[in-house]
Every structure is written in structure tokens, then in C-alpha cells.
Ligand binder design. Structure first.
Ligand code: ZN
Length: 391
């Protein structure tokens, strides 16, 4: 009663009851003000920088389906953005999966990275008995000490086999639907950030096609836009894995992936080793699109014991139907010569038109159309697998 409170209310208020009431009032007021601030200003302010940045990145890329060829310069989602690092990485469980952007007008045919017609890196299979010391280089000391398994090619068949893989599926839904209606079974490789990805992939499977996942990897050209969550060189392994897993988890029902673009990434030994370890873990195969003649896709797949194949012919990197038909002839020649061949094309008008007439013809000519998974080099079964299970 006699002691004056020390502190804020010392001077003005002497009655303890009044003091208490005043204190309470002030508290309630403060809470109210805080609530109002949160309601009005909060949502955009608090999580803003990362979310907005990511969102705009996705929206930018997503709005026009990836025109890999020439994008307006400032939108490049090239290395600069994800690498700037400090910001949170796109998590696999990203609350905002890619197709959030408001539906854009149906887009023109997605263009592709304009590749030169690169020679195929036909990879020698390890000669049996050769010294198995493969690349225990200083680069990756934790590389497994066990030698890579021998790989065996596809089993021989009566007819020369051809796999037609259509990349970039899913973004241009109209043309993707046309690709699904091609008059033969083909392999359809879907971009993970396509809208309605799962429904489209399910439809493709229902129609009897093999499906694959088309994972965006860093291109050499800064003008090429590979899309969101692209696999980049020079980032921490954990960041690379986060992006890779995001890609791999966008759909299921596929047995392998191939690279979308990637003329830079597929040359990167460390990055490709990380990818292969994850593919091995998940039992997925790798089809090297061979967008760089220096791709280490086959090499790293072999090292890791991942089943793999390499693309033989691109059929439509020139906008010319006669060119596509000529490439299809080259494909037949290669299949005849090697027993099998893999072509990659895209859901473009010229390609779809050419394939529609070519597919029945090539079968009549004695070729067998197969899914890409049929033409893999696989780790040879170990001797242990041969013994003991015949009964
Ligand atoms: Zn592609």
C-alpha cells in the first residue's frame, strides 16, 4: 500500500486495482494491434521473399510452355537464380507445384533445344577380365571400391528393333494428345512440370504406350529455358538431390528418365554421378538424349550399375517434314546395322504427320517397334543369381 510501484506506472497510478486494469488494457490493446497488423500486412510480408520469388519463377516459366529456343532474355532461370543459394531451396514437397499459374493461351508447339545432329557415343562394354580399376580418381574418394558390373546389351531379336521416344510431352496438351494417338506404341517422355501430368501420363499408359520422365538438365546456352527445378552444375549436392527428387516424384508408373536439354549438365561427372546414384536407388534407367557429344551419361550409368541406353537419331531438329522423313530413313539404316536404334522426336506437327504414315510402314517393312526400356544395357546378372533357383 505504501510502496509505490517501481516502473512504468509509478508516477500516474497509485491504486493497485487501477494499475492492474490499466496494465491489462494495455496488453489487450497490444494484442489487438498485433492481430490487425498480421491480418492486413502479414501474409504477403512474412513469407514473401522466397515464395514470391519462386512463384514468379514458376509462373514465368510455366506460362508459355518451355520455348527452349528463344526466351525473352530477362526471364532466364539459368544458374544465377537457384545458385544464389541463401534462399530456401525448392523442396520436394513444394507447396506450390509448378502448374499454379493461370492458364495461358494454348501455346504453339514447344520448340526444342536446337541440337546439332550429334554423333552417338556408342559405349564399349567393359571387356571381360579387363582391369576393373575404373576411375577411383581423386575427384570422388568415396566412390565405391567395387568394380562396376559388366553391362549386357538388349537380347538379340529376330527383327531389327526401333524405339521412338517423343520428348517434351505434357506441356502442349493438344499435341501431346495427338502423339498418344499415333498408330503404334511409342515411348512418351513427360516433362515433370506439365499441367495435369498424372492424368496425361495415365492416359498414355492406358493407350499402351511406355512412359518416361523427361528431366530438365542445365543447357549450355543461357538462352535456352529448361523450365523449373532444372538440374544444375556447380550447386551443393544436397540442392541437386532436392531438385532431382522433386522431378522424380511428380508422377509414377515410369521406369526411366531421359534428359531434357542438359548439354552442360550431362558433361558434369560429379553431377551425373549424383543422379545415377539416385536412379540406382530407385531402380530407374537412364536414356541419354546425347545433347552433348561429351555426355558422361553412359559412363556414369555403367559405373553405378544403372541400366541405360543412348539416343541414336534426333528426327526433328529442323522444321521440315522432308528432313524428318530423311532422319527416319537413317534410323532404319542404323537399326538394320546394329540390330536396334533409338530415335527421339517431339510433339510437333511435322513430326506427328511424318510418324503417322511412317509407323505402319516401318512395321510392314520388317522392323519391330519397341519401348525404350527394351533396348537397355543392363548390369549382367552376377553368377550368384544363376545358381540355385531352378527348382
Ligand atoms: Zn526435351
Amino acid at each position: 500500500m505504501t510502496d509505490q510501484p517501481k516502473g512504468l506506472f509509478k508516477t500516474a497510478i497509485s491504486d493497485p486495482a487501477v494499475r492492474l486494469a490499466a496494465l491489462g488494457g494495455a496488453l489487450v490493446g497490444a494484442v489487438l494491434v498485433l492481430a490487425v497488423v498480421l491480418l492486413v500486412g502479414g501474409p504477403e510480408k512474412a513469407p514473401a521473399p522466397p515464395a514470391a520469388a519462386q512463384e514468379s519463377q514458376v509462373a514465368k516459366i510455366d506460362a508459355p510452355p518451355p520455348q527452349h529456343v528463344r526466351q525473352p532474355v530477362p526471364t532466364l532461370p539459368s544458374r544465377a537464380e537457384p545458385v544464389t543459394g541463401a534462399a530456401p531451396l525448392p523442396a520436394p514437397v513444394d507447396p506450390a507445384p509448378p502448374p499454379v499459374a493461370p492458364a495461358p493461351a494454348p501455346a504453339p508447339a514447344p520448340a526444342m533445344e536446337s541440337y546439332p545432329d550429334l554423333p552417338v557415343a556408342r559405349v564399349e562394354t567393359t571387356p571381360p577380365g579387363a582391369a576393373p580399376t575404373v576411375d577411383q580418381g581423386p575427384a570422388k574418394p568415396e566412390a565405391p571400391a567395387t568394380p562396376p558390373p559388366d553391362m549386357v546389351g538388349p537380347p538379340p531379336a529376330d527383327k531389327p528393333m526401333i524405339a521412338i521416344v517423343i520428348d517434351d510431352m505434357g506441356v502442349d496438351q493438344r499435341r501431346s494428345a495427338r502423339a498418344m494417338k499415333l498408330p503404334a506404341k511409342v515411348t512418351l517422355s513427360f516433362l515433370p512440370y506439365s499441367r495435369d501430368l498424372k492424368a496425361q501420363a495415365a492416359e498414355a499408359r492406358k493407350l499402351g504406350h511406355e512412359i518416361m520422365l523427361h528431366v530438365a538438365m542445365e543447357p549450355e546456352s543461357p538462352e535456352a529455358d529448361p523450365g523449373p527445378n532444372v538440374l544444375l552444375t556447380g550447386v551443393p549436392e544436397q540442392e541437386l538431390l532436392t531438385n532431382l527428387r522433386w522431378n522424380l516424384e511428380q508422377m509414377d508408373g515410369y521406369a526411366g528418365i531421359n534428359n531434357h536439354m542438359g548439354s552442360r549438365f550431362t558433361r558434369d561427372l560429379a553431377g551425373m554421378r549424383t543422379v545415377m546414384a539416385e536412379l540406382k536407388e530407385r531402380g530407374l534407367f537412364f536414356l541419354d538424349s546425347v545433347t552433348s557429344r561429351d555426355s558422361v551419361g553412359a559412363k556414369t550409368a555403367k559405373e553405378a550399375g544403372v541400366a541405360y541406353a543412348t539416343r541414336d537419331v534426333f528426327i526433328d531438329h529442323k522444321d521440315d517434314e522432308a528432313f524428318v522423313r530423311k532422319q527416319l530413313e537413317r534410323l532404319e539404316a542404323k537399326a538394320r546395322k546394329h540390330g536396334s536404334a533409338i530415335a527421339i522426336g517431339h510433339p510437333r506437327d511435322i513430326t506427328l504427320r511424318a510418324l503417322k504414315t511412317w509407323l505402319p510402314k516401318v512395321q510392314a517393312a520388317g522392323f519391330e517397334l519397341v519401348g525404350a526400356s527394351r533396348l537397355l544395357h543392363r548390369p549382367a546378372p552376377s553368377p550368384a543369381q544363376f545358381s540355385g533357383t531352378s527348382g
